[in-house]
Design a protein around this ligand. Structure first.
Ligand code: ADP
Length: 477
């Protein structure tokens, strides 16, 4: 079976969040299921620079006003089909935002072009790779199922996956005429979304199957609070919606071999983590201390509940714990953390920006990773925490609810707990959970058990890849 996976970012080539990790990991995991997956992505400058073994497989004189080519090649260990359209994608930096931090004004053309070309492949335009299924990730790939459905000839089946329903790709109605869709697509039963064009909405309406990245999130997005405007459509399509949790790349995230750690370790050499703690203290300007160290590795934004954490920092420090924050995002939240650093020098530290090495080191040296998200489709940081013996303390929402076993009395009693959960996602509940963690840590044996349980959890892609493969097969009948 052949599957074209269409994504706007893919690890290790371009990444702003969890989508990249998933898009990068799925092809290898699916190979074990006899699925040949190729990833299609835009020809950003960095991607073209890394691409090897290239072959031009299709040319466009004008694709949304840009001269374009489809190039097959490989990079980062992945077989790719890259949409090379310099006018649209040959830009440095973030894939979605200009240097001013605002969305590129031509984002609708950039990603409509990606979708149009992906649908062409789904219709058999590239002889060397005719997919049975086109798997479309997030709004950037959302128009692909619409094009496939209106193809007027036999085309691949489509799957739309929601990694985060907050990002919907909503554009003014005026762009519809330029999309090359038939007039009947301008309808509620089509791409129309609250008077404009909705890329994600289109994907959810036209796709043969919809998935999201955890069973709990699949439930949450069917509610008015979680669906962010799309819950009605999702309720109507409930029968084709399912939740499949992400796995992690166990080769990249392995504390026994991780080159970013000061000291590698296993579940039976946990004391070696102290050397990583020393390195974290160094990098985050923290006082040397064997006491409890919390960390955060996150985008700094409302979704991630960072303001809620902000309200708990004084209490965290009063309990004798420390906090190291690695994040990038909203200036106001960064300012909030900087103020906490000023109030608690040596107890709270922040490094802003994106750092893959520091994200590994924090998991290898901290006692607990905090993930107080207001909503979290799946989340990856808690998986890395589990794998690294960095006990996740998470809000009980979305994928966090599905993947962490709270250290309540019953779970502790049965020796199955892997972390801590709290609800509601408000400061008093988080504050209590922080207290619970610090208290539990005083019992060294109980804490070690938590760490070891987490490290034993099966976080690989194996089971999830099977579920995707089953889904693709079910579409082909
Ligand atoms: P989201 O995709 O919503 O940002 P996830 O938890 O699914 O959240 O994925 C976040 C990914 O990005 C994880 O791999 C995490 O380690 C990484 N990450 C987030 N912020 C940073 C940062 N400042 N530096 C390095 N890695 C980061």
């Amino acid at each position: 079976m052949r599957v074209l996976s269409v994504a706007s970012e893919v690890f290790p080539l371009v990444k702003t969040g969890g989508l990249a990790d998933v898009a990068g990991a799925l092809p290898r995991a699916l190979a074990a299921e006899d699925v040949e997956m190729r990833v299609m992505l835009p020809g950003y400058r960095d991607v073209l620079g890394a691409l090897g073994g290239t072959k031009v497989v299709k040319r466009y004189k004008s694709l949304f006003g840009a001269e374009a080519r489809l190039i097959a090649g490989s990079a980062g260990g992945l077989d790719l089909i890259v949409l090379d359209a310099p006018k649209l994608f040959d830009r440095p930096g973030n894939p979605y935002l200009g240097p001013d931090g605002a969305d590129w004004p031509d984002n609708w053309q950039r990603f409509a072009a990606l979708c149009r070309a992906a649908a062409d492949i789904g219709e058999g335009a590239v002889e060397a790779f005719v997919p049975d299924v086109v798997h479309c990730h997030d709004w950037q790939a959302g128009l692909t199922p619409a094009y496939l459905r209106h193809a007027g000839r036999k085309a691949a089946k489509s799957v739309a996956t929601i990694h985060n329903i907050a990002f919907q790709g909503r554009f003014p109605a005026s762009i519809f005429a330029s999309l090359g869709l038939p007039p009947e697509a301008w309808a509620v039963e089509g791409v129309e979304y609250y008077g404009g064009v909705g890329f994600l909405k289109a994907g959810l309406h036209y796709a043969d199957a919809i998935t999201t990245v955890s069973p709990t999130y699949a439930e949450e997005i069917c509610t008015p609070a979680g669906g962010m405007g799309l819950d009605g459509l999702l309720r109507a399509r409930r029968s084709v919606l399912s939740g499949i949790v992400n796995g992690i790349d166990a080769a990249v995230w392995d504390p026994t071999t991780d080159p970013h750690l000061a000291a590698n370790y296993t579940a039976t050499t946990l004391p070696r983590r102290a050397l990583n703690k020393r390195a974290v203290e160094e990098a985050f300007g923290l006082a040397r201390d064997d006491g409890f160290l919390f960390c955060v590795v996150s985008r700094l934004g409302w979704q991630k509940g960072m303001d809620i954490l902000g309200a708990c920092i004084d209490g965290l420090v009063a309990r004798g714990a420390r906090l190291a924050v690695l994040g990038s995002g909203e200036a106001a939240i960064e300012g909030m953390f900087r103020a906490a650093v000023a109030r608690h020098p040596g107890r709270v530290g922040i490094v802003t920006g994106y750092s893959e090495p520091l994200s590994h080191l924090l998991q290898g040296g901290s006692d607990s990773v905090l993930v107080p998200s207001r909503f979290e489709p799946c989340g990856l940081t808690q998986f890395y925490g589990l794998r690294y013996g960095c006990v996740p303390l998470v809000s009980q929402v979305g994928g966090l609810a599905d993947t962490v076993i709270d250290a309540n009395l019953a779970a502790l009693d049965r020796g199955v707990a892997t972390g801590l959960q709290f609800l509601p996602v408000e400061a008093p509940a988080l504050d209590r959970a922080i207290g619970r963690a610090v208290d539990l840590h005083r019992d060294a044996k109980a804490w070690r058990k938590l760490q070891q349980n987490g490290m034993k959890s099966d976080l690989s892609w194996t089971a999830s890849a099977r579920r995707y493969a089953d889904l693709y097969r079910s579409l082909l009948g």
